[in-house]
Design a protein around this ligand. Sequence first.
Ligand SMILES: Cc1cc2nc3c(=O)[nH]c(=O)nc-3n(C[C@H](O)[C@H](O)[C@H](O)COP(=O)(O)OP(=O)(O)OC[C@H]3O[C@@H](n4cnc5c(N)ncnc54)[C@H](O)[C@@H]3O)c2cc1C
Length: 387
Amino acid sequence: MDYFLSEEQQMIKDLARQIADEKIIPIRAELDETEEFPADVIDALAKSDMFGLFVPEEYGGLGKGSFELCLAVEELSKACLGISTVYAANALGAYPILLFGNDEQKKKYLPDIASGKKLVAFGLTEANAGSDAAGIQTTATLDGNEYILNGTKQWITNGSHAGIYTIIALTDKSKGARGASAFIVEKGTPGFTFGKKENKMGIRASTTCELVFNDCRIPAHNILSAEGRGFLVAMKTLDQSRVGVGSQGLGVAQGALDEAIKFASERIQFGRPVITFQAIQHMIANMATKTEAARSLVYSVARYIDSGARDFSKVSAMAKVFATDTAMEVTTDAVQVMGGSGYMKDYPVEKMMRDAKILQIYEGTNQIQRNVIGQSIFKEVVKNKKG
Ligand SMILES: Cc1cc2nc3c(=O)[nH]c(=O)nc-3n(C[C@H](O)[C@H](O)[C@H](O)COP(=O)(O)OP(=O)(O)OC[C@H]3O[C@@H](n4cnc5c(N)ncnc54)[C@H](O)[C@@H]3O)c2cc1C
């Protein structure tokens, strides 16, 4: 289907595809085994200005929007979801600065983010605060012109590889979510170390680890927005970035579909390619239809966000839920279409199926997204009744 990409958007997509083909596909299986960080790929993405896509031109970026970012993420995800997670989580970490930073903070941090010199990580989750993010216990106590951070963030993507961290911590424990604030923390700050590195089912090329703050002093001017606005920063950041998780789902679904079609066209059983069996054709038809539907929704939502829409939390959640459920379904079916071969590490769909699972969990589980969508619809009903 033609999505009427501009020449520039097509170039971005083609460039991401080229990096995926030349730099990612040859090493993805090895990185999945070794859990090694994809430093060379990150370097190639940086040299191609891919980290600057969504950063305004005045801060060294290309000044593009969510849509262009989604195009790049989709292409990277077709090849390796682990590597696309490093890239997409970087945007997640950068959004609090982009959306809520003051000019001084933007001038200081965004150029290094745009150039890819420094990766960013977003730290919200803790051992006792996953879906219930308001339950965080990390504290930030004002002491003169510094905040002192204490606590541990769990399962943070880009963990030890980032140079800049956006962290949500409590400045007033008595107020719960209303007492949370957002901060920028730099790697190397005394009192900031890394804890357990996770051994994961999938996306193994991306590092997931603990961030440990032990009397970590940061300048008071590293607060984003104002005290008490941390939860808002986190929620607006996630609204913005969730469509990107949708584009990850779309990418891995397309990657698995392509592999399944290729295999089914070449695999001969009963004297004919297995794609000629109606049972296989119907599976492929469903996989292709859902993937295209995911693409339409993800692209529409990304374009809607870029149009300057103010409230897109419902549609962003819809794009994430639909595209990531599609990813799980399509990657699982790709393994089925390919039979025993699909189950073997000789083919990439086994990895794609393991990788896809995380998309239904991180940046808010798909159950939580359905809560968001349902509550939003209920609010509209109440509003319409009043109006
Ligand atoms: C690989 C990986 C990378 C991650 N990267 C980051 C990161 O970079 N930064 C960051 O801050 N966090 C990150 N996370 C954390 C991630 O966002 C959380 O795992 C996620 O929000 C879910 O929290 P939880 O795992 O604690 O699940 P829980 O909240 O314990 O939920 C368990 C189950 O209960 C369901 N559930 C809980 N509450 C409700 C409810 N009210 N209604 C319906 N169902 C409910 C959930 O959907 C889930 O099925 C990452 C996690 C993983 C695994």
